[in-house]
Design a protein around this ligand. Sequence first.
Ligand code: PGA
Ligand code: ZN
Length: 436
Amino acid sequence: MTEIQSITARRVWDSRGRPTVEADVKLANGVLGRAIAPAGASRGTREAIERRDGGTRLGGRDVQGALTSVRDRIAPALAGMEANDQAAVDAAILALDPSPLKDTLGGNATVAVSLAVLHAAAADAGKPLWRHVADEFGRTPSLPLPEIQIFGGGAHAGRRVDIQDFMVMVPGASSFDEVLEVTSEIYFAAGEIMAAKGRVAGVADEGGWWPVFDSNEEALETLVAAIEKAGEKPGERVVISLDIAASEFGGEGRYRLALEDREMDSAGQIEMLGRWLDAYPIASIEDPLAEDDPEGMAEFTRRFGDRVQIIGDDYLVTNAVLVREAAEQGACNAVLIKVNQAGTVSESIETFRAADGLGWGSVVSARSGETEDVSISHLATGLGGGQLKVGSFSRSERMVKWNECLRIQDELGEAAFVGGAPLARTWWGARRKAGV
Ligand code: PGA
Ligand code: ZN
């Protein structure tokens, strides 16, 4: 009996104290599935719309309209459907709102319900969510390689620096547990370096240290110093990953670094990033060019795609069609998977499959506005072979996702950690292969 009996929605609050949508899906046999919609701050223009009420209350951010979408439109349409037929459920949601950006129902309404249905089906099958995902979608589960933020920036830190995420990855670790231990050492080493300079001023939205720097590159230098202070040789067990989030400071062919009072064209942006790739052990870079700069993205990929992972986030918005288009244009070699950018589980998995079929990497990702919801830890594990980006190494809306992976590790075993495989085609992988 996996029949959906009822769906309810309530307003809950995210890590920034903003309202968001929680959905409860109850099956006829009493089994419950529950999920919460996350919220982005540096959003792509082509991602599913977060339906907000507007007006003056709660800064216009209330979600009563999205709750009404769930109660009055989605719940009646899904009642009586089989929860374990995710494709049919998501198709029914799409039929209610065929607009490409889901602006009628709201992507925050659709994603909460779609994920809650997935949870209900897993609970009904008596399986942890990661196992259900692996079984349903024919994947071999593995614990993902994390990208963990050390300094926040961009829209997550009052634009104190232009670049959004300064992260580390530990592809040389032998277990997920070891990744977290090494990252914790680097996180606190970075905090000590900032404190010694009199520069600790709390944390940014995703828990990374607040970026008090005189230039964007100073953040990179400090990150390298933190890796060394933690006893690691940068580029060996640990590498750097950046989310440039270039659409936040670039567009219409111009890129303006406010911190450095510097303006460049697309070629200048590519030159600057190329210098960083030469100077620092960066193995992965996200949205290096703005979402309206496909030529720049293709040129960047042509020049550096055989050295680094190039992830499209705002550029691809978890959309399978955009992934295939980008591949034809030679832009990017990996995709960020944010379920709320697509709006449903099925569309997210379609995007994952499109990327996988192209031999691309994929990174399941949180948003800057998060909650206690741990669905993405399970999705990244269940889909297998991937990476997981959750933000930093503080604040419980972040730690709950890392800690959930440790619980999964107990079930799956340490050997199920994917390790450095996602970076095999970067300079790091080449070095590893050569035994350097
Ligand atoms: P967002 O940013 O959740 O604020 O949109 C996350 C990202 O750019 O990866
Ligand atoms: Zn991003």
